[in-house]
Ligand binder design. Structure first.
Ligand SMILES: [Cu+2]
Length: 80
């Protein structure tokens, strides 16, 4: 088995955050693009209707503090 593949599987993590203040598709894109620029974030799915940001990230490379402040720098509030 491929060692690189194993590392990727063991390090990738998924997490959902509740984010308030999003009102349209533009808000979703602001957050998605800002998060996906961070080293360690593989993918961010954002729904303004549900108020949820779903992250696929590597906790060894990026912490939740950085993720939260990145969202809040765009003008939104992370609830959980
Ligand atoms: Cu908007």
């Amino acid at each position: 088995m491929n060692l690189i593949t194993l590392n990727f599987i063991s390090e990738a993590m998924k997490k959902e955050l509740q984010v308030s203040g999003m009102s349209c598709h533009g808000c979703e894109m602001l957050i998605k693009e800002a998060l996906e620029e961070l080293d360690g974030v593989n993918e961010a799915e954002v729904s303004h209707i549900e108020g949820i940001v779903s992250l696929d990230y590597d906790p060894a490379r990026v912490n939740m503090e950085t993720i939260t402040s990145t969202i809040e720098e765009q003008g939104f509030k992370v609830k959980a």
